[in-house]
Design a protein around this ligand. Structure first.
Ligand code: AHM
Ligand code: MG
Length: 334
């Protein structure tokens, strides 16, 4: 049997790739892995535990109903970041405002983390894959001071690391620091993430599209045309049209497309005129991973990672996946 590489070993080995790295980013990535193992344990046992499933009875700033596990996961990650000392502040999809950690220890942290603690809320109670998405930036403000809004509102291209954890039939952590994408599967027997998908590459094209087609008549005409006249028609050289695959958990849909090739679209609609997904917590981190794996992420017209964010919970239309498929979809919008 060949030697298993754990995430911890992998992160430590890669630290040498960054000149003058002093280990904080490595520690932060390890902290995220530990927090996600705790969340994974909670997700796996949620149906058996009291107070883990169902609605929390509150809504987040975006007016969406929070699930109990959304809040549990949010607290788990925040507590880990507060205790770690590498992070001076965070912003999360579940909180109205960003948090600047005020202990002397945290004020010396170099990084901020923006994250969606549990994405795919509508799937929590029905045992369908859900995920955590995170994005790490170097702070703009001075070390030793409180984190600021400017630290949070950085362009996606400023990310120094990003990743996601998929709580699926197995738990996987996939991340990038800008030098390719690597995937790790949690081995529950030893409680370690182990390298299972080294140097992941997204196929240039694929045969699957993911979109909530309930929105087809409330989105712009070009999208309807792309779906109906392209995805749902048999193209020359193929025996059948594309296959529709929509889980409704972005992490799961993205992960499938990363491995098998495909496109995910969440356009702007008359109900959500800016789109539904959040630039900072969902789109930027997945865009970084997509690009690092050879894929593409746009808002239908512009590169996601070049959008300058104006506010924390900003939403954008989202087209992400295999490069040729995203380009094809965009050609219908021109
Ligand atoms: P959430 O962060 O509240 O879970 O919302 C994001 C989710 C994505 O995971 C998913 O792709 C999309 O919203 C599903 O939305 P819809 O139910 O409108 O199709
Ligand atoms: Mg989300």
């Amino acid at each position: 049997m060949s030697k298993v590489t754990t995430l911890h070993e992998f992160i430590m080995d890669r630290q040498a790739d960054f000149p003058f790295a002093s280990g904080e980013l490595s520690r932060l990535l390890n902290d995220i892995a530990v927090a996600s193992k705790v969340v994974s344990k909670d997700v796996r046992r949620a149906g058996l535990l009291e107070n883990f499933l169902g609605a929390q009875g509150s809504t987040n700033i975006q007016g969406e109903e929070q699930q109990k596990l959304d809040v549990i996961a949010d607290n788990q990650f925040i507590n880990m970041f507060k205790a770690g000392g590498e992070v001076c502040g965070i912003a999360s999809e579940e909180n109205d405002d960003f948090m600047a950690f005020d202990s002397e220890f945290s004020k010396n942290g170099k990084y901020v983390v923006l994250f969606d603690p549990l994405d795919g809320s509508s799937n929590i109670d029905v045992n369908v894959s859900i995920g955590t998405i995170f994005s790490i930036y170097r702070r703009k403000s001075d070390i030793g001071s409180l984190a600021t809004m400017e630290d949070m509102l950085q362009m996606g291209q400023e990310q120094i690391a990003a990743g996601y954890v998929l709580y699926g039939s197995s738990t996987m952590l996939v991340y990038t620091t800008g030098r390719g994408v690597n995937g790790f599967t949690l081995d529950p027997s030893i409680g370690e993430f182990c390298l299972s998908h080294p140097d992941m590459k997204m196929p240039e094209t694929g045969r699957m599209y993911a979109m909530n087609e309930g929105n087809i008549n409330i989105c712009e005409e070009g999208i309807k045309e792309y779906i109906e006249t392209y995805c749902q028609q048999t193209q020359p050289g193929h025996a059948r049209p594309y296959s529709g695959r929509y889980i409704g958990s972005l992490v799961a849909d993205f992960h499938r497309n990363l491995i098998k090739g495909g496109i995910y679209i969440y356009p702007d609609t008359s109900v959500d005129p800016e789109g539904k997904l959040r630039l900072l917590y969902e789109c930027n981190p997945l865009a970084f991973i997509a690009e690092q794996a050879g894929g593409l992420a746009t808002d239908g017209r512009n590169r996601i990672m070049s959008i300058s964010p104006g506010r924390l919970h900003q939403r954008v239309p989202f087209f992400i996946g295999s490069k040729k498929m995203v380009e094809q979809a965009m050609s219908f919008l021109k």
